[in-house]
Design a protein around this ligand. Structure first.
Ligand code: PNS
Length: 168
């Protein structure tokens, strides 16, 4: 059979990740099995004021993604589409949870395509368990002294709880 030299298929998994949850980890893992390389990109969402600094969020994701060989973590303060262009990524990967995500995600996907016509957005569905999980819920539970263990990867529970105690 004739061998063809295939280009590495890189995708970007952008988000606020404030902090990373089991749901994010689920989507990153799924993306890592589908594509050659996944760049988890901590990006600025102008509609949100993060609790964790950008470097804290990067460090938490790095801890969670240890062992996922084709996953790397980066941060970027500009337009997502500029990062997509620079990295040569073939797509943006986002998790689509309940119907409530749809309008917002659809708007972002179509806006990004308007800004860069070749930009594809691929939506992946998390497991049932992670369907209603959001970072805001994790922050609220941690802030009020609740148990976040069902919602975030075990390797970061202690750090998230400690950092939340320091902040509030
Ligand atoms: O986890 P989030 O907050 O839903 O992620 C949203 C995020 C960070 C991916 C989005 O706000 C984003 O792409 N920010 C970068 C700036 C940008 O490109 N904005 C235009 C998007 S249509």
């Amino acid at each position: 059979m004739e061998q063809t030299q295939e280009k590495e298929r890189v995708v970007i998994c952008p988000g606020s990740f404030d902090p990373i949850t089991n749901g994010h980890q689920d989507i990153i893992r799924r993306a890592s099995t589908l594509f050659d390389r996944v760049i988890v990109l901590v990006s600025a969402n102008v509609a949100k004021t993060p609790i964790f600094s950008i470097d804290e969020r990067v460090a938490l994701i790095e801890t969670v993604c240890q062992g996922m060989e084709n996953v790397q973590v980066d941060k970027f303060n500009g337009l997502l589409i500029d990062y997509v262009k620079e990295s040569g990524a073939v797509a943006i990967v986002k998790g689509l949870r309940a119907v409530s995500d749809f309008d917002y995600e659809f708007q972002m996907a179509l806006t990004n395509r308007k800004l860069m016509p070749s930009a594809e957005t691929v939506f992946l569905t998390p497991s049932n368990d992670n369907m209603y999980l959001a970072s805001s819920v994790v922050r609220q539970i941690a802030q009020l002294g609740g148990d976040i263990r069902p919602f975030v990867p075990s390797c970061i529970v202690e750090t998230v709880v400690r950092r939340m105690r320091e902040k509030f």
